[in-house]
Design a protein around this ligand. Structure first.
Ligand code: GRG
Length: 302
């Protein structure tokens, strides 16, 4: 079993550096404006910047490093993934979905602005993400740009996050078995993480076997992440998570904790992290930061 070791100073530093670089990149893509529609830009910046662990951008930067990708290109894709993730959080918080007032320790976008602005801010982030991927600065080879666009569309669309979110909403009125919960979470959370990990390999034109290893790591890690999310929902301090506790139970959702109990859920998360790390062995120790990230997911309190 993996040990519950402290977050290493190297990982902490690398996560902070990624957050800083990604925020700078997003700010360049979403500049302040005095156009009459400035409120939309403000809401998009508000929903993306300042807060969040930046796990997905970190996955992009680290996987890109494995294949010697130009960090400026990797940063653009890292910003893209964070924009798509932020869009999903903005829409997830809307009254029609999770109806959450708080996100990342501050008012959710629809509370800080209004519902229509939150819908448009999410739409704006999702579409901007694809626009950025289509630009030659992302990669000079149009085949690589197309591959990135296709992979992100599949990760975020009906076979991925959007489909997973639909299942999640259905799950409020139906009791899902463990297999269906796992499929839901793989779609809702795992697929975008898999894109984040695979993106570096796509940018670096790496072999399919490396891509497969990174995706397998991401799926196991994504599931472990979701199991810990379910555990945090029942036991975490809202001042750390930035959102109220027991949301899943209130919404009547079947989770890993409600289905298998907290202790078994914790063991499952540990097993998944161990499995995720095993997929990285093909990199012969060069993916140490991704290994550290897997341990971090197990320990996280937010
Ligand atoms: C609305 C299309 C659409 C999809 C929403 C991902 C998602 C689907 C909703 C997020 C709701 C949620 C709490 C999911 C649990 C796992 C998860 C993705 C948590 C948030 O990710 P973190 O912890 O967030 O990486 P930060 O704030 O650190 O970026």
């Amino acid at each position: 079993m993996p040990s519950l070791r402290e977050t290493s100073p190297e990982l902490k530093e690398a996560l902070e550096e990624t957050a800083m670089l990604v925020d700078k990149t997003v700010m360049r893509m979403l500049p302040e404006t005095d156009l009459p529609e400035a409120q939309l830009y403000d809401a998009m910046r508000y929903g993306t910047l300042g807060g969040g662990k930046r796990l997905r951008p970190f996955m992009v930067m680290q996987s890109a490093k494995l294949f010697g990708v130009d960090p400026a290109r990797a940063r653009r894709v890292a910003a893209v993934v964070e924009m798509v993730h932020s869009y999903s959080l903005i829409h997830d918080d809307l009254p029609a979905m999770d109806n959450a007032d708080m996100r990342r320790g501050k008012l959710a976008v629809h509370r800080a602005y209004d519902e229509a602005t939150a819908v448009l801010a999410g739409d704006g982030l999702l579409t901007l993400a694809f626009e950025v991927l289509s630009e030659p600065e992302t990669h000079e080879d149009p085949n690589v740009r197309c591959a990135l666009i296709a992979a992100l569309a599949s990760a975020s669309g009906i076979q991925g996050m959007v489909g997973g979110q639909m299942l999640d909403l259905i799950g409020e009125n139906e009791s899902f078995d463990l297999g269906t919960i796992s499929r839901l979470q793989r779609m809702k959370t795992g697929k975008l993480m898999a894109f984040a990990c695979e993106a570096g390999a796509i940018l670096g034109k790496a072999s399919d076997s490396y891509k497969r290893a990174l995706c397998s790591y991401a799926y196991d890690l994504g599931l472990a992440f979701q199991v810990t999310d379910d555990i945090l929902d029942v036991e975490a301090d809202p001042s750390m998570t930035g959102k109220p506790a027991n949301q899943d139970e209130k919404a009547g959702k079947a989770t890993f904790v409600s289905t298998m109990g907290k202790e078994q859920a914790r063991q499952r998360a540990e097993m998944l992290v161990e499995q995720a790390i095993r997929h990285l062995h093909v990199f012969q120790g060069r993916a140490i930061m991704l290994e550290e990230l897997a341990h971090f997911v197990l320990r996280r309190r937010a």
